[in-house]
Design a protein around this ligand. Structure first.
Ligand SMILES: [Zn+2]
Length: 289
């Protein structure tokens, strides 16, 4: 994790733990999905899949652009990069309402994905894809949001004034963002449901499975543990049956009758194994006559 200037840059596997420590008091109901359009993989100067441009330069460049537009801070709360890294905007912490979708930012976290994912633009890298899926799953986990198009929202589903449309509608939607070829599927509601949301759901399930493994008590017994447990149950059953036997053992019957006739005991049923042994020994020694 590196903090420099106005951003905190981290690896994908650092995000979930970082997120758990953040204090967010404003309500969060929506996770926005954007592409930056510019910067993109060209301005990042990609050579063999590796950006030659300094990442902080890219991030500060975005921020400077937003400030030049009269905004108070970087618009988005979070940015993902082509190498899979995640940048947190220090001047737009999670607890601060973002500037992502004009007229629809309240209760939102704004996430910008660096790249131009309109048709004919950038082909998203596998690393960035993995990070994006993990990121939304972590946010959904943290803020307890269902994975659907009511809560994970594309910019393209909103008008210029922030009215939610039923779908991306050319002429009515304010932008094509996150790109007409986002995720290789597009920017429509059907496109989001095709691969993007199911992949986030799958990742969320995986994360929840990890939680279960942490609290070992919730784990089902292994085959060996089951066998041990059964053996233990059998032993307890035998021990308790010896304490109070269902019926008088055959070998103690004669002794019991004699002991009762002699007035030595009132009752001889329901005794323990040791009781019947002792009665038998006494009978054989001639105590009951
Ligand atoms: Zn957007």
């Amino acid at each position: 994790m590196i903090q420099q200037g106005n951003f905190l840059l981290m690896e994908r596997n650092e995000f979930r733990e970082w997120l758990k420590k953040q204090v967010v008091t404003r309500p969060i109901q929506f996770l926005q999905v954007h592409h930056t359009a510019s910067p993109n993989y060209s301005t990042r100067k990609m050579v063999n899949g590796i950006a030659q441009q300094d990442t902080f330069k890219c991030l500060e460049g975005m921020r400077n652009y937003h400030l030049s537009e009269g905004w108070a801070a970087t618009g988005q709360n979070i940015t993902t990069l082509e190498n899979g890294q995640i940048a947190i905007s220090l001047d737009r912490p999670l607890n601060r309402i973002p500037a992502g979708i004009r007229g629809f930012n309240n209760k939102c976290i704004c996430i910008e994905h660096v790249g131009n994912f309109d048709s004919g633009g950038d082909k998203i890298t596998d690393e960035q894809k993995k990070t994006i899926i993990h990121l939304y799953a972590c946010l959904a986990e943290r803020f307890n949001l269902p994975i659907n198009t009511d809560h994970i929202i594309y910019h393209s589903w909103f008008t210029r004034t922030g009215i939610r449309l039923r779908d991306f509608t050319p002429g009515k939607s304010s932008k094509t963002c996150p790109g007409t070829d986002f995720w290789g599927d597009g920017n429509t509601v059907a496109a989001a449901k095709k691969n993007f949301l199911p992949q986030i759901q799958e990742e969320l399930n995986r994360l929840k499975g990890q939680n279960k493994n942490i609290s070992k008590g919730d784990q089902p017994m292994t085959i060996q543990e089951q066998a041990d447990f059964q053996a233990l149950q059998e032993q307890v059953k035998q021990l308790t049956s010896k304490l109070s036997m269902d019926k008088i053992p055959e070998w103690a019957m004669e002794a019991c009758v004699a002991a009762k006739n002699a007035g030595a005991v009132d009752t001889t049923s329901g005794g323990s194994y040791d009781f019947y042994r002792l009665i038998t020994v006494m009978y054989r020694k001639g105590f009951f006559k």
